[in-house]
Ligand binder design. Structure first.
Ligand code: ADP
Ligand code: MG
Length: 398
């Protein structure tokens, strides 16, 4: 039988705890209520940080620190907040702190049951389908511009923020850097996957891709050793991403700088392309060329978004100069921080882990939030009034 999902109810309100326990008693086969506790309890003795668990937390004030502490500590847990008339600022802060769902108080049984069903599906991995998956490809036709740094940190932060399964794919078959950036020695590499496309399915992918520490990030890269380049056809790439899209909520692809068949098929297949540039004229000219090419390929203007890397506020060329030149809004700016990046690369630890409070790590986290906002945050907020949704979107600048 599948492992039960532990339930922890954090509330001072006896009646609320009793009510939830009563609802949950109909789900004994799947959920195991292991405690109704208050905010100051030490949860470590109740569950392990990797356990499948759901926290129902009643919130009576506007503070979200507690949500964040639970989210940081129990990386595999889902957090559901129960709050009477939550206002927009609270919803945004709670979500940013790691809450997955917000339930109004008093509780409506059907809403509560819907959430139990969702949690069940998320833990069993059944919730994935192609419509839900968002595939993001980080591209530039220049090397050394920051693609691998962005792709790897973004993927890790997406996994940490959403707790959903995220795939990080290194399409640089010959000189991929992801294994070095994350200090990985994958047992199965991407060449192996392409040689065994007929075996690909959910179980095969989740068991052969490299799970990164105790997160929901799965990495597929080539071994750090040099191998002769391999010719990959458009058909193989399509088959590969089709299967991947069924198994993951997000796919982040790191590319090399060449416009070959495999890269173009990957770009075609992506929902979002992050075109990375730095602020100097040769890089910006290249960026213009790429935008021209994407237009010729028929990509919707929204599909391609500009990221400025190594941005410095006092630079001679500003972000608005870039927008004027490219005739396109800049989606995100990542600050220049050579030392934080170098220190991380040299240790083989991503900067979001090695130096999470650095400006560059904060920026990758913000980018992940921005990307995930448009998917699950929006769905969550839809439950509240249309006016609330508009205000939340404004705050989150979607
Ligand atoms: N925001 C940044 N600030 C400072 N240095 C950066 C930044 N992003 C990337 N770098 C540095 O630029 C170099 C190339 O980055 P990388 O991510 O490997 O680029 P690419 O994948 O496009 O070749 C690395 O040495 C990295 O440390
Ligand atoms: Mg790279």
């Amino acid at each position: 039988m599948a492992e039960k999902i532990s339930v922890i109810i954090v509330s001072q309100n006896d009646r609320l705890r009793e009510l939830l326990e009563m609802f949950l008693s109909e789900y004994k086969a799947e959920f195991n209520v292991i405690g109704g506790v208050n905010l100051s309890s030490d949860f470590n003795y109740l569950i392990d940080k990797n356990d499948k668990a759901v926290f129902f937390i009643e919130s009576t004030d506007e503070n979200t620190d507690f949500i964040k502490s639970i989210s940081d500590k129990f990386s595999n847990a889902k957090i559901v907040i129960i709050k009477e008339n939550p206002d927009v600022t609270y919803i945004v802060n709670a979500i940013r702190a790691g809450a997955k769902e917000i339930l109004g108080y008093p509780i409506i049984k059907t809403e509560f049951i819907d959430i139990l069903e969702k949690v069940k599906q998320q833990f069993s991995g059944e919730f994935k389908n192609q419509d839900k998956c968002k595939m993001i490809t980080v591209f530039s036709n220049k090397g050394g511009i920051g693609k691998t740094s962005i792709a790897s940190n973004l993927a890790l932060e997406l996994a940490q923020t959403t707790k959903e399964n995220v795939a990080l794919i290194d399409l640089n078959f010959q000189f991929g850097d992801i294994t070095a950036f994350m200090d990985l020695q994958p047992s199965f590499d991407i060449s192996y996957m392409f040689d065994n496309l007929n075996l690909l399915n959910n179980d095969f992918l989740l068991s052969t891709m490299e799970k990164y520490k105790d997160t929901s990030l799965y990495v597929l890269a080539d071994s750090p050793y040099f191998k002769p380049a391999k010719k990959i056809s458009a058909k193989q790439v399509t088959r590969f991403f089709e299967t991947l899209k069924k198994c993951f909520s997000y796919i982040v692809v790191d590319t090399d700088s060449t416009f070959d068949e495999k890269t173009i098929t990957t770009l075609d297949y992506s929902d979002l392309i992050f075109l990375v540039t730095i602020v100097n004229l040769p890089a910006l000219r290249n960026c213009q060329r790429c935008l021209g090419l994407f237009e010729k390929l028929g990509y919707d203007a929204k599909k391609t978004q500009i990221i400025i890397n190594r941005y410095m506020e006092n630079d001679e060329i500003t972000a608005s100069d870039v927008e004027n030149l490219l005739k396109k809004k800049v989606y995100w700016k990542i600050p220049n921080n050579y030392f934080a990046l170098m220190a991380s690369i040299n240790k083989g630890i991503l900067v979001t882990e090695n130096n999470p409070t650095s400006n560059v790590a904060e920026s990758y986290k913000g980018l992940a939030l921005q990307v995930s906002d448009s998917v699950f945050r929006n769905n969550l907020i839809k439950k509240f009034s249309p006016e609330d949704s508009r205000r939340v979107n404004k705050i989150l600048e979607i």
